[in-house]
Ligand binder design. Structure first.
Ligand SMILES: Cc1cc2nc3c(=O)[nH]c(=O)nc-3n(C[C@H](O)[C@H](O)[C@H](O)COP(=O)(O)OP(=O)(O)OC[C@H]3O[C@@H](n4cnc5c(N)ncnc54)[C@H](O)[C@@H]3O)c2cc1C
Length: 558
């Protein structure tokens, strides 16, 4: 869609400008708009195009944070996990985790059992089952693929998974818009406007169409994840010498097809090489293996998994599931991101706190009013972080703080009392195959009928875009239109990677990208040149995933 910047943007009376539409920025924008504030949300790329799309996709208390005595973070996370299970039932689901206990591990049976008990106690109001402890035989009965050598038993517990956190972000941004917020993507903030010691607004560049704009508000929130320092570096009074806030660590993941010995549930394993925990998680019909944790000073706009990280994750997986025998050739694709953690140059990466700080610049030197920066934070706790931030904004504005309602109001796709019943009705009425109905429900929840409504004048938009022989990805044409018309997509990559999610399928959407662009040609007035350019840009972008599909097609690029 050719979305124009509103002509009156520089004089609109916004209450708050949020820079960065990752999970935290979009969550803040939604909560603020729901409480009646006039919000402008800006991102230099698409919504969820930063760290949020590179996470392990777990909505979890963070069992391992107990080791660092971060009880309040675990408690907060477990509370928010329950809220998300309720308010986004289509996107967040319970997932079982088995923790095998081996002789080589630093964390023995007693320690793991104590951790499990604490975890249960901290999630008193949980909807999922309590943990169980298995002996060696019970463990192998459940997961026969596990390496029996040195195995002493296992613990089993429940947490939750968001297969597509990207869609949680999209739904937050859409909901923010429904409550009056203005969201502009591909709007890069390159200056904070400071007058009389206060940030009064921002200057931003329209990345797609060119041109510069200003917007003003008494409060600005820098929710740019690992880019927080970069945005602050552009403040008039900040220079290179200012204190650094973010010290990111890189984490990489591998995606592989189901393999011999693959677990039925998620595995949470302590690595042999460095005692770091990592996950082998059933995800999207395949397995997600990750992650690493390495201090990172490289390019934040293109983070790529190194061969050493790939080998480390493959070796560890092959050790715990010996039949797997995974090689680099089995890797369908990889992805990597940088955790926006508080800057701590010393000590082990894993020990840096995963809690968040809402940094009020008026309370630190050099004192700047009207500006908050968000440091750290997890996917899991975005809602509570947003609540605390909007409370702080109201206080800054000198207004009475209304109560946040994000703990009870579902995200747009979750707006039903009974998601199961809704799903059954949708399946019987949609006229789609069971597989396609399931797919739409999983992605769009109760908005699935609105997606189908895009096909009202062209029934071909209800059919999968890839050839019938490969129904695997299943994206239908209507989703392309829905992404552009309703869900703030501006580019083909937005549609494939952060709306329909086919970009994270086994072929990273290289089998449907052209067909998706053709839907835009037929229905959205894209020219053939525009479509070609978008496909090329998409293919250039996904190079960073090191996709097998490219390695197969063009071996020289592998
Ligand atoms: C490897 C890895 C695994 C993780 N796993 C989990 C997990 O399983 N569970 C969990 O709870 N958490 C997990 N996390 C943590 C979680 O993903 C992040 O803390 C969270 O996504 C951060 O969100 P954010 O909105 O603060 O930042 P981001 O998602 O990075 O969003 C920042 C946004 O700011 C935009 N931006 C930057 N500069 C500008 C500018 N100048 N102008 C306008 N916009 C700008 C960017 O484009 C981006 O969209 C993981 C993180 C990583 C890296």
């Amino acid at each position: 869609m050719d979305r124009q910047i509103p002509q009156d943007i520089s004089i609109r009376p916004f209450d708050v400008i949020v820079i960065g539409a990752g999970i935290n920025g979009a969550g803040i924008a939604r909560d603020a708009a729901m409480r009646g504030l006039k919000v402008l949300l800006l991102d230099k790329e698409d919504v969820s195009s930063g760290t949020t799309q590179w996470s392990t996709r777990l909505i979890h208390g963070g069992l391992r944070y107990l080791e660092h005595y971060e009880f309040s973070l675990v408690r907060e996370s477990l509370k928010d996990r329950e809220i998300l299970l309720r308010t986004a039932p289509h996107l967040v689901r319970p997932l079982g985790f088995l923790v095998p206990i081996y002789e080589y591990m630093e964390h023995g049976r007693v320690m793991i059992q104590l951790g499990m008990m604490a975890y249960d106690a901290l999630s008193i109001e949980k909807s999922v089952e309590r943990h169980s402890i298995f002996d060696r035989d019970q463990t192998l009965e459940r997961e026969p693929g596990l390496n029996p050598e040195g195995l002493k038993g296992a613990a089993f517990y429940y947490d939750a998974q968001a297969e597509y956190p990207e869609r949680i972000v999209v739904e937050n941004a859409v909901s923010a818009g429904d409550h009056g917020a203005v969201t502009l993507t591909y709007a890069k903030v390159d200056r904070l406007i400071i007058e009389d010691g206060n940030v009064q607004g921002v200057e931003f560049e329209d990345v797609l169409r060119g041109g510069r704009h200003t917007a003003r508000a008494p409060v600005t929130i820098n929710a740019t994840g690992p880019w927080v320092d970069e945005v602050l570096g552009r403040m008039d009074r900040y220079g290179e010498s200012e204190e650094r806030m973010i010290g990111g660590t890189k984490g990489s993941h591998l995606i592989v097809d189901p393999f011999p010995g693959a677990p039925q549930t998620a595995l949470y394993v302590e690595a042999r090489e460095n005692s770091r925990p990592y996950f082998i998680v059933p995800w999207n019909g395949r397995y997600l293996i990750g992650t690493t944790d390495i201090r990172y000073e490289g390019n934040l706009d293109c983070v790529v998994a190194d061969d050493e990280e790939i080998d480390y994750l493959l070796n560890e997986t092959n050790h715990v599931v010996p039949e797997a025998n995974l090689t680099r050739d089995d890797v369908l694709f990889t992805y990597s991101g940088v955790r926006p953690l508080p800057y701590e140059p010393e000590g082990a990466e894993g020990s840096v706190s995963r809690g968040h700080i809402i940094y009020d610049h008026s309370e630190h030197e050099p004192k700047i009013g009207g500006l908050f920066s968000i440091i750290g934070g997890k996917l899991t706790t975005y809602r509570n972080l947003a609540r605390e931030t909007v409370d702080a904004v109201y206080e800054k504005l000198g207004k009475k703080v209304p109560k946040s309602r994000t703990d009870e109001v579902p995200l747009p796709g979750g707006a039903t009392e009974d998601f199961e019943a809704f799903s059954e009705d949708f399946k019987s009425e949609s006229g789609l195959t069971e597989e396609l109905s399931q797919r739409l429900l999983k992605l769009y929840g109760v908005c699935a009928p609105h997606v189908l409504a895009m096909a009202a004048n062209d029934p071909s938009l209800k059919r999968p875009l890839n050839s019938p022989a490969r129904v695997e990805t299943g994206i239908i044409g209507a989703e392309v239109l829905y992404a552009f018309r309703r869900e703030l997509a501006e580019k083909l990559s937005d549609v494939l990677l952060r709306r329909s999610m086919v970009g994270l399928g086994p072929h990273v959407a290289l089998d449907v990208d052209e067909a998706a662009a053709q839907v835009a040609v037929r229905h959205l007035d894209w020219t053939e040149e525009h479509a070609e350019r978008e496909v090329k840009e998409y293919r250039d972008y996904v190079q960073r995933f090191k996709p097998k599909e490219f390695r197969k097609r063009e071996p020289a690029r592998a």
